[in-house]
Design a protein around this ligand. Structure first.
Ligand code: ATP
Ligand code: MG
Length: 439
């Protein structure tokens, strides 16, 4: 059967936008990316900047990284660049390495939405329509049409500085619309992660998700449970550590996508558990990122799972477990359930537990305790977490300030603070209501 009888939701034609009609300035493209483009071109291959690199530059934003599409095979690319690595088994791409910068070079791929290809051994879909393999090389147009959003399918040609648009991406860019190429439901079934990408780009670019692209998400969100948990973990990090975490959370919740990513948290919030701490943590994280500071996955996860932890911790106490063992049990349970949705590498789950456990230790400062806590390798993160809890209105402010001062104080100052604690006691606030009895 030929592909002629197929229904195509939109007819696209190739448009070339010459250099004087677009805003891509060569100076924003990294030297390394230009080097790779030029070397491929000089070796007789086609090569274009594609994806987020072109999209972000056209929007006046600084791209996170640069992706290149070429008609050279991965082996040919690898041969041209000594500083390159072949990545992936099924779908091979090439990373060209320049110190910390990685340029990703991908060979043009065939059209992913062609049901006729289902017989092809290199392009397999599951019964859910999930794309299992995607290893067919194609021409440039096919490469464009198998990409996710129209604004991600723009190609920049370094030879004549033109932008090539196969899917009306420029128009969507101008109207700030995220539109999937092809039939949205088919494209989400092929790869449900595209739903998360829609949310992420909408948050980052402050775009609308166009109605037809938006419509199937609520229904198809559960398909994300077919995605390997390790890939979802990576997507979660991209959602929350790119500087637009608060906006991403907003949209995830709106589209029912929090549920497959953080089932327990989604359930806790639906049952009335506050999400103020999550929002506060994401706000702070966004601010830190825009200030060029780093954020850690375990801090994000500690915040994202906090509502779930509260519910489980309370439930255990209600059943008569003492507070401390109840916390330990709850931590184990919540992490155990979460790793079924998104993996949490051990190097992150350990520190995450410590942040939570330290929340119980931070109020207990008498004697040597404050000093021991201060020396804890996770003290700083736990202290930051405490401040977020205070800012979120979850606990009364005061303890955070005490720890701020304690860190800043010299030895004498610290002794004095602890003496005051001893005389005033941890029940300071309650006592104060009574007439002072300096006893
Ligand atoms: P950013 O790098 O800012 O996160 P990006 O658009 O460059 O955004 P990448 O994940 O780097 O995203 O992917 C590069 C390009 O590869 C995308 O622009 C898109 O064209 C294509 N692509 C990536 N993931 C998918 C996917 N799941 N389905 C279809 N196309 C994809
Ligand atoms: Mg990219």
């Amino acid at each position: 059967m030929s592909g002629n009888g197929k229904k195509k939701p939109r007819v696209y034609s190739r448009q070339v936008i010459p250099r004087d009609q677009h805003t891509v300035s060569r100076s924003i493209i990294s030297e390394q990316a230009k080097k790779v483009l030029n070397r491929l071109n000089n070796a007789g291959f086609e090569a274009y900047l594609v994806g987020g690199g072109v999209r972000d530059i056209m929007l006046g934003q600084k791209p996170k990284d640069f992706d290149i599409a070429t008609d050279a095979t991965p082996e040919e690319v690898h041969e041209l660049f000594r500083n390159s690595r072949l990545i992936g088994r099924r779908f091979r791409i090439v990373h060209v390495l320049f110190g910390r910068e990685v340029i990703e070079v991908t060979t043009f791929r065939g059209n992913a939405s062609d049901p006729d290809d289902d017989q092809d051994d290199d392009r397999k879909t599951s019964e859910h329509g999930l794309l299992l393999r995607d290893n067919v090389y194609g021409n440039m147009e096919e490469d464009a049409l198998r990409r996710d959003f129209t604004v991600n399918a723009l190609y920049y040609c370094i030879k004549d500085f033109s932008v090539i648009d196969f899917a009306n991406g420029i128009e969507d860019l101008r109207n700030r619309q995220l539109r999937l190429i092809g039939d949205p439901e088919t494209r989400y079934r092929e790869d449900p992660v595209r739903m998360l990408r829609a949310v992420r780009f909408a948050a980052k670019l402050d775009f609308e998700i166009e109605p037809a692209t938006e419509a199937p998400i609520l229904t198809l969100a559960p398909l994300l449970s077919h995605i390997p948990s390790a890939r979802l973990f990576e997507e979660v990090l991209k959602l929350f550590s790119a500087g637009y975490g608060a906006a991403s959370f907003e949209r995830l919740t709106h589209y029912g996508l929090l549920e497959p990513l953080f089932p327990e948290t989604a359930r806790a919030i639906a049952a009335g558990e506050p999400d103020a701490l999550i929002r506060q943590a994401l706000d702070n994280t966004d601010r830190r990122i825009h200030q060029g500071k780093s954020v850690t996955p375990y801090f994000l996860y500690a915040a994202m799972l906090w509502p779930a932890l509260q519910v489980e911790w309370r439930r255990r106490q209600d059943e008569g477990e003492p507070i401390q063992p109840a916390l330990h049990g709850a931590i184990g349970k919540v992490i155990g359930r979460q790793v079924q949705a998104t993996a949490i590498p051990k190097r992150f789950s350990g520190p995450m537990k410590e942040i939570w456990e330290l929340q119980m230790r931070l109020p207990r400062r008498q004697g040597k305790r404050a000093f021991v806590t201060l020396e804890h390798p996770r003290f700083r993160a736990a202290y930051d977490f405490l401040l977020v809890r205070e800012d979120a209105g979850e606990i009364e402010p005061g303890l955070g300030q005490w720890w701020t001062e304690f860190q800043e104080a010299d030895d004498r100052g610290r002794e004095k603070m602890l003496t005051e604690l001893d005389s005033d006691g941890p029940r300071k606030r309650k006592r104060r209501r009574k007439p002072a009895s300096n006893g």
